[in-house]
Ligand binder design. Structure first.
Ligand SMILES: [Zn+2]
Length: 86
């Protein structure tokens, strides 16, 4: 994961189709069975205009891998740092 990924490629908002998006970080929480999988520091794109935030395809794919991996080691609460797991 390159630090300048979003600078190199401006992302259009998938909700209102504007180009005013800002890169930020979020915490992704998945409820799986009776367990919680928490992924911290996930890079996401937040729309300046409509305020919606979403993941790029690359991040969404990585996130899915991290969550699937965590499902194999189910603990009541799993806390994963995206920056270290990606
Ligand atoms: Zn928008």
């Amino acid at each position: 994961m390159k630090d300048n990924f979003y600078e190199a490629k401006k992302i259009m908002c998938m909700y209102c189709k504007c180009n005013e998006t800002a890169e930020t970080f979020t915490t992704h929480v998945v409820n799986y069975k009776s367990c919680l999988i928490i992924v911290k520091n996930v890079p996401c794109v937040e729309c300046v205009q409509c305020g919606e935030s979403f993941f790029s395809d690359e991040v969404a794919a990585t996130l899915e891998k991290i969550v699937n991996h965590a499902k194999n080691f189910l603990q009541e609460i799993s806390v994963i740092d995206y920056q270290k797991a990606a």
